[in-house]
Design a protein around this ligand. Sequence first.
Ligand code: CA
Length: 218
Amino acid sequence: MPHILLVEDDRPLAQGVADALAADGRTITVCGSARQARQAMESPIDLAILDVGLPDGNGLELCRELRLFSRAPVLFLTACDAEADEVAGFAAGGDDYIAKPFRVRALRARVDALLRRAVGDDIVERGGLRLDFAHADFTRDGVGIALSVPEQRLLRALVSAPGQTLPRETLTRQVWGLEAVEENALSVTVRRLRKKLGEGYIQTIYGVGYRWGTKDDR
Ligand code: CA
C-alpha cells in the first residue's frame, strides 16, 4: 500500500486531503511542521506532499533533505505565485506542484499520476502471473498477454493496494483521470482483465468496488 507523507500546517486542509487519500487506499502520515516531517522521513515513503510555507521551515528544504536518500516523487502545495515560481525553478524531473486553493479531486489525480510513475518499476509475481509494468511485459504461465492501456492502469491500481477494497469511483479516476467515460467502462475493463489473467485475482466487493487478492488472503 503506498505510503504518503503529507506536510501541511493548515489542519483542516491536511485532514481533508488525508481523508481523501485514505479512501483511495493510501497510508498517510500527516505532519504539521518541518520538525515532525524530518522524523517521519525516517520511515520509507512512496510520495511526499509538501506545503511550501511551514511555520518552522519550508517544503523546498525538506525536499532537498529527502532527495539525499529517497527517489520518492514530491508534490508541492503553493500558496502564491511567488512560491509557485520558486518551486518551478527548483523541482526535479519527477516532481509537481499544485496551487492553493485546489480541488481535492484535482490533487488526487496528481497523486495518482505521480504514484503510477513511481511504482512503475515494480515486477509483481503471483500464481502463474508475472507483471512487469515498466516494460509493459505481462505473462500468464510463461505466455505473453496483451493488455490495453486502461487494463494496465487498472491492474496497476489494484496491485498497488493488495487486499484493499478500492471504490469504483477511485479506480475510474485512476484509470481514466478526469476524462468522461461510460458508466460501465470499469465493469467492462474488469471483465476483460479477468479473462486475460484468469479468475481469482480480482475480487468484486458488491456495492463498493474491487480488490486484488485471493480468498486465502483474508
Ligand atoms: Ca502553510
